[in-house]
Every structure is written in structure tokens, then in C-alpha cells.
Design a protein around this ligand. Sequence first.
Ligand SMILES: O=C(O)C1=C[C@@H](OP(=O)(O)O)[C@@H](O)[C@H](O)C1
Ligand SMILES: C=C(OP(=O)(O)O)C(=O)O
Length: 402
Amino acid sequence: MDRVIAWDKTKIEGVVVLPASKSISNRALVLCALAGCPVPENLSDSDDTRVLREALSSSNRLVNVGHAGTAMRFLTAYFALKGGTWELTGSERMKQRPVQVLVDALRNLGAKIAYMDEEGYPPLWITSAPLQGGRSLVLDASISSQYVSALMMIAPLLPGGLTLDLEERIVSAAYIRMTASMMRLFGVDVCLEGGKIVVPEKEYIPVNLRVESDWTAASYFYEVLSIVGQGEIFISDLKKDSLQGDALQYSLWERLGVRTEWRESDILLRASGENTDLFEADFTEMPDLALTFIVACCLKDIPFRVRGLETLHVKECDRVAASICELRKLGYELKVPVHGELCWNRERNALTSLEIDTYQDHRMVMAFAPAGLKLPGLVIRNAGVVSKSFPTFWEQLGKLLI
Ligand SMILES: O=C(O)C1=C[C@@H](OP(=O)(O)O)[C@@H](O)[C@H](O)C1
Ligand SMILES: C=C(OP(=O)(O)O)C(=O)O
């Protein structure tokens, strides 16, 4: 399904309801399964959460997680701990997303995991073997924090717990902190100090949890207001005091013309008209927001230099290559000054196409959709893939455009 965006006004006003956080939902599902408690309230209705929920109660040994990275990584550790025989697979793209660091760590603990196709990548064949704890593992933390979170969540159930020493550049650390905070809610006192994580042996305690709204999903409405430059958007049920690292995005948007007013449990975004001359930011802690800011800067004609994009190559698509290619269609020439960075110095060429390919990537769809407010007639290809994290994205965006 393609979507054509048509809008010819100058000011945006409206109310948005966000989905529940998929990152919190997926941690909560694993922790509830390990604690033996019912699924939490306000669970995300995203594909990624649905596949994980089904897999956790599956009696079928073939489990296909589709495009869900967290489900793939969390289940690898969960099935290794649980025992039994499992074939864990995913979409074609999932088979190109690395898991070696996690598989090596679990094998070190005694797990029996075999690659069914290419070494280092799903699909995986997991068979029963007792896991040993009381160890200290050194882990390369430069590819994905999901390996670390996956190991942390099973760690209290290993005899003697587990210590992890994170090596190399630590990426997406905010998600590691989210895992630690949620484990603490479930009664396990995780110690995080620099690159060292100590998880004691401990039974999880059952908890009644309500999942927060998704701060990453909020970014697309900040982007809408930033690009339009006039109006206000009310977002219900979103708090500053959040488990999600992406909550900190509000301060970056202040440089792109959007101010956040905090209400008790909602927020109001107001266009401020105050824009920076050059946008610079490091997305190592908030990788999922990079595309949103890159598209916003181009459409606002604000030059930028952004860092911390190394892991974007192994997301649902290669988001660096994809954004360069699709923004070039719209006439924006982006450059890669060094690996992990992208910049735009306002170099423009003629627009060659209004059709945006989205590479089966929900964030490509949602980050490019707001561009249609400046470029009427913009076509977003394969727009339905938003269901990975935000099934009602088009409905919520549509409410702002009438
Ligand atoms: O743990 C999580 O919930 C996530 C961690 C991040 O992945 P990486 O750690 O692979 O960067 C993020 O991009 C992903 O959307 C969700
Ligand atoms: C990278 C993402 O998800 P995952 O790694 O869980 O597939 C994302 O939602 O942008």
C-alpha cells in the first residue's frame, strides 16, 4: 500500500495518541514470563510485541519473529535458558542482522546454539543445555545493546548471576539503562557502573506494570510541527520522567523550532520559530531518532552534521544508505564525512522523484511522511510497514491534516 500526502495549509493543530512503547513492552513480556506474572497493562499492539508475545507461549518449535530485532535477541537468550529445541528465524532482512556477539556469549555460558544458514546470523537452532552463571563475560557492545539486554534479563536466573564487561564503544546505552531499571522494578538489583554490569542471582518478583507511551513514536509529530513551523500539537499520556532514553529528544527539537510544555501526564508541542543555523547532534544513545532529525533538517533547509550513526547500517534497512538515496530524489545531497556521520551543507540538485522507497522499514516511512507537508503529492511506498512499532501512525497523522 502506498500513501500520497496532500496538505495545503500553513498551520498545524491537533491531538495525537501514541502507541505504548515497544521497547518497554518487549522487556516487560520477557520479565513477566520469567517472573511468572500476567502480561502488563497497556501493552504495545505493534507487530514486534505481538510476535514476541506469541513466541513466549509457543508450543511450536519453529518461531518466526519477522522484522523484530528485540524479539530475535531476547528470545535467543530466553530459549537458551528455558531449554527445549527451537528454530528461531525471521524476515530476509533479519537474516542479515548480526547475532554473533550474543550467540558467542551464550555458548560461553554453556548454551547449544547452531547457525542454520550463514555463520553469525539467524536462523538459529537452539537445543537444551544447562547454563552456568557466576561468570564474568567480556562483550563487544559496539554493534547492538540488545545483546546486552538479552543477557541481563536471563542473568539473575543463572546460578551465581552474571557479570558483563562491555568493551569497545557502548552503543544505545539508554536501552541498557532501561533494561536495568525494569529489572529493578521486578526485584533484581542490577549494578551498572561504566562498562561493568553486575547482576546477582535472584528470583524475579511478579509486578503489575502499566507500559508508558512510546517516546520514539512522538518524534514524528515533533518533526511535523518543526517542518510546518506554525501551530501546536497536544500529545496525551506522555511523561518527561520516563524509562525511555528517547524522552531526551525534546531538547534537540528546541533547536529546530519546537518547544515542549509539560502538563501533568501529557505534553503540548508549540512551534517557536527559533531555529539553529547549524544542527549538530550525536545519536549514539538515540539511534532510532536519527532519520527523523535528518529529514526534518533537510525540509527546513538547516545544514547539519550528525554523529553516532554506526549502528544504522544494521537496522531494518541500512538507514544511512537509504536516507542518502531517498533524500537525493528530493534534491538534497548528503555526504558521509567519516563512517558513522552524515552531513548536509545545503547542497541542492533538481528534484527527480516524489516517490519515496521505504525498504520495509517503519522508520523510513514515518520519518519521510512529514516531508509531504512541504512537498504536496509526495508518495510513501509500502506505507503499511508502520505496524512494526506504530500501527495507528497514519490515522494519527491524518487527524492533524484535516
Ligand atoms: O533494546 C531495545 O528496545 C532497542 C535498542 C536499540 O537497538 P540497538 O541496541 O541495536 O541499537 C533500538 O535501535 C531498538 O529500536 C530498540
Ligand atoms: C531498530 C529498531 O528495532 P529492532 O532493532 O528491535 O528491530 C527500530 O524500531 O527502529
